[in-house]
Design a protein around this ligand. Structure first.
Ligand SMILES: Nc1ncnc2c1ncn2[C@@H]1O[C@H](COP(=O)(O)OP(=O)(O)OP(=O)(O)O)[C@@H](O)[C@H]1O
Length: 914
């Protein structure tokens, strides 16, 4: 058949003046010949469907059977064909009886009118279809066997469907040409398609580069902006160009998709965008069928320009004016990302694809992948699948967390294409420096807001693990052949990268910490950051930042629990913590002392909290007004001003100040008292140490402790915990993908946190035992340092028998008496939270309001630190709501509820239901 006839058919049946591309034309011409099997591998939106639809129309009296994975997809295709007056039908579980009978009647005739018969692979495996197929082939009525989305045949693909594997059987003893179509076949997947579908050795391949030059790719980081939703809104408005398109019909105006990881997220984001004036609809599998169809229709018709959807949305959606595809969180792997983001710019006009990345999402996906791999251990094929999913995910993590290469190269590598000539079609090729700064800030903030973890290994940030590094090096050769400038740039970068890797191999801990320290210095919160390594041997800035976070968490907890009307915000507490940390840092000379002193400090703050006392550092802390350099500074100042003004108006002295003063004064009074150390206490115990040093500030204690510190530290830290680095041996490393490494890091992180907690616990025990021992009253009252109000006995009380301990309640009541607390206060004090009791001894205890509140805050706090709460206000109101619901309930009930709540809600906003 000549080209003109084919072109005429294109115009007559499909109303297109020309072919969309030369490749489309070539593929159609080859298929029309009907001599060979054909594999068409072209990007989404390039017009693959026409490659089989036009040849099907050109084979009168014959049927083209199309295997397609989804009923929704089939429906769209059939509707489209019928609109063009091309007879198309489907045979599936949803086909109505009359329709089915009519179709079968037509297929039985010698000259059927049906041109295209769409079948799901599941249906293809049924006896009914097999029988039908046998009859059709017997009478030579099948023109082509088309396998759409052919990558589903491969376990390496992102969308493996086992029923696709059976399709190969259909071609057993017939010569019907097989046409396989895919947009996302990498090298491995292509091999699988050829083998599984039994394509002939001389099959023809039509493949374009995966590079979509009209798509601009970039990554943005949720944790580096104050208001991520506002950032999202601004980006969407920029993409939508609403003003310029006012004259266009609604359905032709720009629109976009926001892909979210969870159903809840789709609803939250749609709601947020609506509240900010962008009409948005949500879409996920949890909606009723009708709702889903309605919402999709409202988006297709342009009533709602934005749809916030899970990945269940999109297959078969053919809307050309999609100007942006946003991933709110991390995509699954390169192939999925290519396909999902490829829904933008199908009309060839410039469009944007952005990932709004965050660490919490990454961790959530990792958790599922690791669990899947664990479950698949006994099943080879599932294990292969899980491993391949992990590898794919590692690549996308590397894509988001590094600035190693052009964004489009993620896809060209996956598809085995030559490196694309991106020019300025991604953020890295447009301005690598800006992206590098952003990535740096992202990592810095993650470190600052993570819990204390000594064993952080940042190696994977630079190379995606060994595999990622190898990929880098292998690919480097390909890239430099095409572009001189890029060649030298890439070579330089690779050299630096190799050097860095060698440094890491030689001394992984030092190299990764040094690199991170340099990155951190600009944004460090600790004081005197630059002198860290030179001042305290073995200490890194990363460690200091992590400790600072831990101190801040603990001190903030202390403040929230013990101040009745708090005025300080978390930043104030952080400033105060920075002073405390600096006190320790400036008076220690080696890392062991530093760690030991900080463990004691943290344990001591916790003890203050248990005793219902505000730590002295907060009492004396002077709040510096924020500099108004950022918007959040401005808000902080305005908020504080408002609070102070309101309190003044009410003619009310800030209660927290009252309380702070009270606590401070009374503690100062106590310091004047003298105490004789119990006779049986040795020199080196923490108890003794506190008694002997009659000083106010914790940091001042450190100096006097230096001599015996090492010895004491060894009492507290188990031998095997002295090193803070878990070694990964070379052979271990070579077997570990970047995700495995991340998982290992997580384990290390948890081990490390538990080590520190262990250290704190031991110190707390020591403090507690000091409290008890202090009650071994001698002739005079004891000294209680201001910063550590110690429970002391009533002078009138009878001395106890040596070795007999005093309960915390006894001690507290004694302190109250000494402080002059009245009986009401005593009563209220029994309501105070006593973690030891609740956690360890009295789990079935019903909680009163205060205890419930404290526990809820404690349990929610890690999620708050991870930035999963929309704002501090949300954190507070959610804490309040949960607390109210659980007053009088059991500790375990709260714990279980909060755990489920956090699992269910990755992002928590004011709208999240409690
Ligand atoms: N020759 C042509 N001229 C103009 N438009 C065309 C031509 N061929 C196809 N199109 C249009 O291009 C768009 C994309 O086509 P199609 O849906 O077949 O792409 P695809 O490659 O199958 O994408 P996907 O992988 O997402 O299914 C459709 O709107 C289609 O009508």
């Amino acid at each position: 058949m000549d080209e003109n006839t084919v072109l005429e058919a294109l115009q007559q049946h499909f109303k297109f003046a020309t072919f969309k591309s030369q490749l489309q034309q070539n593929a159609v011409m080859e298929i029309v010949k009907g001599e060979n099997d054909v594999l068409v591998s072209m990007p989404t939106g390039s017009g693959k469907s026409l490659c089989y639809q036009l040849p099907a129309v050109l084979k009168p009296n014959k049927i083209t059977i199309v295997f397609s994975p989804l009923l929704a997809l089939i429906k769209d295709q059939i509707d489209h064909m019928l609109a063009l007056k091309i007879r198309a039908a489907s045979l599936n579980s949803k086909t109505l009886k009359a329709e089915r009978e009519a179709l079968l009647m037509d297929l039985k005739t010698t000259t059927p009118n049906t041109r295209l018969l769409y079948i799901t692979p599941e249906q293809a495996a049924t006896n009914t279809f097999k029988e039908l197929f046998k009859n059709l082939t017997k009478f030579n009525k099948v023109a082509y066997l088309v396998v759409d989305e052919a990558h589903c045949v491969s376990q390496w693909g992102h969308d493996f469907r086992p029923d696709y594997l059976k399709l190969g059987e259909l071609r057993n003893d017939n010569k019907i040409p097989v046409i396989a179509l895919t947009a996302t076949a990498g090298v491995e997947v292509t091999k699988d398609i050829v083998n599984s579908l039994k394509l002939s050795i001389d099959h023809r391949k039509f493949k374009t580069s995966s590079f979509r030059s009209n798509l601009y790719y970039d990554v943005f980081y949720q944790n580096i902006v104050d208001d991520m939703y506002k950032h999202l809104k601004d980006f969407i408005l920029e993409c939508l160009n609403s003003e310029e398109e006012k004259e266009l019909p609604k359905e032709e105006r720009s629109c976009g998709i926001v892909y979210c990881r969870t159903r809840e997220q789709t609803e939250i984001i749609a709601e947020k965008l609506n509240s900010m004036g962008i009409r948005s609809q949500c879409y996920h599998a949890g909606l009723k069928n009708k709702e889903r169809l309605d919402f999709q229709e409202q988006w297709q018709s342009g009533d709602y320009p934005v749809i916030c959807a899970t990945i269940s949305f999109g297959m078969g959606v053919d809307k050309s004016s999609v100007r942006f595809v946003i991933h709110w969180g991390i995509p699954k792997d390169p192939a999925s990302y290519y396909q999902e983001s490829g829904r933008a710019g199908r009309d060839g006009k410039p469009s944007k694809c952005r990932i709004y990345y965050n660490k919490a999402d990454k961790k959530a996906v990792e958790f599922h992948l690791t669990r899947d791999l664990g479950k698949a251990q006994d099943n080879v094929s599932k294990k292969l699948n899980a491993q391949s999913a992990m590898n794919g995910f590692a690549k996308i993590v590397q894509y988001c967390e590094t600035v190693l290469e052009c964004r489009h190269k993620l896809f060209s590598k996956y598809f085995g294409d030559p490196p694309p000539n991106c020019m300025k079609n991604c953020d890295i090729c447009t301005n690598r420096k800006v992206v590098a700064d952003m990535v740096e800030l992202f990592h810095t903030k993650n470190i600052q807001f993570s819990t204390t973890q000594e064993n952080v290994d940042f190696e994977d940030m630079y190379g995606g693990g060994r595999k990622g590094q190898n990929d880098e090096l292998e690919n480097y050769g390909n890239e430099c052949e095409s572009d001189g400038e890029r060649e030298s740039k890439a070579k330089k970068q690779t050299d630096e990268f190799i050097k860095k890797q060698f440094a890491i191999r030689k001394n992984p801990k030092e190299a990764s910490h040094n690199t991170m320290d340099k990155l951190l210095q600009k944004n460090a919160r600790v004081l005197s950051a630059a002198s860290t390594g030179s001042k305290v041997k073995g200490l890194s800035l990363v460690n200091r930042e992590q400790y600072l976070t831990k101190i801040t968490d603990t001190l903030y907890d202390n403040y929230i629990q013990c101040a009745t009307n708090p005025l300080f915000d978390r930043k104030d507490v952080e400033d105060c913590s920075a002073n405390l940390e600096y006190g320790v840092f400036s008076t220690t000379t080696n890392i062991t002392m530093y760690r030991s002193a900080l463990a004691k400090l943290i344990a001591f703050i916790k003890k203050c909290t248990t005793d219902g006392q505000i730590h002295e550092a907060l009492a004396t802390h002077e709040v510096q007004p924020a500099k108004n350099e950022t918007l959040s500074d401005l808000f902080r100042n305005i908020k504080k001003d408002q609070t102070i003004r309101k309190r003044k108006q009410d003619n009310q002295e800030p209660e927290d100040n009252k309380k702070l003063k009270t606590c401070f004064v009374k503690a100062s009074e106590l310091i004047q008292m003298e105490v004789e150390p119990p006779e049986d206490e040795g020199e080196n115990t923490i108890t003794n140490y506190f008694k002997k040093t009659n000083i106010n500030k914790f940091s001042e204690l450190i100096d006097s402790e230096h001599k015996s510190d090492l010895q004491k530290h060894e009492e507290i830290v188990p031998e095997n915990n002295k090193s803070n680095e878990l070694e990964v041996t070379k052979s271990d490393e070579s077997n570990v993908s970047s995700v495995d490494k991340d998982v290992m890091l997580k384990v290390r992180e948890e081990e490390s946190v538990s080590r520190i907690e262990d250290l704190e616990r031991k110190t707390e025990d020591a403090l507690r035992s000091k409290s008890n021992n202090n009650c071994h009253v001698k002739s005079k009252p004891k000294v209680v340092p201001v910063s550590k109000p110690q429970p002391v006995p009533k002078p009138s009380e009878k001395p106890k028998v040596e070795g007999q301990s005093t309960s915390t309640k006894d001690i507290n009541s004694k302190v109250k008496k000494l402080f002059g607390a009245d009986s009401d206060n005593e009563q209220s004090d029994t309501n105070k939270y006593t973690p030891n009791k609740i956690d360890d001894k009295d789990k079935s205890k019903k909680l009163n309001k205060v205890n419930a509140g404290v526990l809820v805050v404690k349990l929610l706090n890690p999620a708050f630190s991870e930035g999963r709460f929309e704002s501090k206000e949300t954190f507070k109101s959610i804490s309040r709501a949960i607390t109210h619901a659980f007053i009088g309930k059991d500790v375990n009930d709260i714990k279980m509820y909060v755990r489920n709540f956090l699992e269910k809600n990755q992002v928590i906003t004011s709208k999240t239901e409690v």
